[in-house]
Design a protein around this ligand. Structure first.
Ligand code: RIB
Length: 297
């Protein structure tokens, strides 16, 4: 069974501030750091650091993409399906992190939004029924990826982030695993309350395994009629950027490795908790031995 992640690669410019800038206000950042990121790249790295062989597909710009390609190489992610484009900038994100470790993110799509239909068809032709296809919503061609992936018998995992109006119209009923937070779930199920969000998702996507992340409230998985909860491990928050990607990557890696779903969930929660204690997105993703060895009080 192979794992393909067709997703974004971003250069993250991370600015530390006391409080977020308000409209019309000018603030000076305490520092600026540059990390490799993008929900796609982060999730590929999380799966690789969890011990799974991952193929990443996507696009970067020729001028500035070298750093992102090297990051994939350093974590042994197979990048034969990443295209390097002339005269296009790589995707990037402007991230501010406040003193509580919360963030705001503004994306520039760049090469992530230049995925062609030919690229999608060529890459998917290399994968077979039963292989995993992991997707987020930071690249174009998402509808096509879902349709062709489904026709090809791939197991589709979608993290519908960031949520957009176009994504709500995508064929989400063809997705096997939907991994989303409360805000995204609320956007897909307007009118649902916090209390009945999972119920509303089940009604809307009856054939899909649903994994709802609840921040400090943990996570809730509904699959084949059964619902299980996973608590969040308590840690001192430094930077929440990339914690959701760490959770998604570790959960999928657990499924690929044949773990029972409850075990995959616990591993994902441990990994995400560790990610929150570190700065940056991809830089904050722990290795499996750190995840298994950490003693959460
Ligand atoms: O989920 C965190 C990621 O979101 C960052 O790495 C940034 O690039 C944006 O894609």
């Amino acid at each position: 069974m192979k794992v393909l992640n067709f997703g974004s690669l971003n250069i993250d410019y991370v600015y530390r501030v006391e409080e977020f800038v308000r409209a019309g206000e000018t603030l000076t950042a305490k520092d600026r750091r540059v990390f490799a990121g993008g929900k796609g790249l982060n999730q590929s790295l999380a799966m690789a650091r969890a011990g799974v062989t991952v193929f990443h597909a996507g696009a970067v710009g020729k001028e500035d993409g070298g750093f992102l390609l090297r990051t994939l190489d350093e974590s042994q992610v197979d990048r034969r399906h990443v295209r390097t484009l002339e005269a296009v900038a790589s995707g990037h994100a402007m991230i501010t992190v406040n003193r509580r470790g919360e963030n705001t993110i503004m994306l520039y799509g760049g090469a992530n939004q230049r995925i062609t239909e030919a690229h999608v068809r060529r890459v998917l032709a290399d994968f077979s029924p039963g292989d995993f296809l992991v997707l987020q919503n930071e690249i174009n061609q998402l509808d096509l990826l879902i349709r062709i992936g489904h026709e090809g018998g791939l197991k589709i995992v979608l993290n519908p982030s960031p949520m957009t109006a176009a994504l709500k119209e995508a064929p989400l009923d063809l997705v096997d695993y939907l991994i989303l937070n409360q805000v995204e779930a609320g956007d897909l199920c307007p009118g649902a309350t916090r209390e009945n969000l999972m119920e509303a998702l089940i009604k809307r996507y009856p054939g899909t395994a649903l994994l709802l992340t609840l921040g400090e409230g943990g996570a809730c998985l509904h699959h084949q009629g059964a619902t299980r909860f996973q608590k969040a491990f308590q840690v001192k928050t430094v930077d929440t950027t990339g914690a959701g990607d760490t959770f998604t990557g570790y959960f999928v890696a657990g499924l690929v490795q044949g773990l029972e779903e409850g075990e995959a969930l616990e591993r994902a929660a441990r990994a995400a908790a560790l990610a929150v204690t570190r700065e940056g997105a991809s830089d904050s993703i722990p290795d499996l031995d750190q995840v298994l060895g950490f003693d959460f009080k």
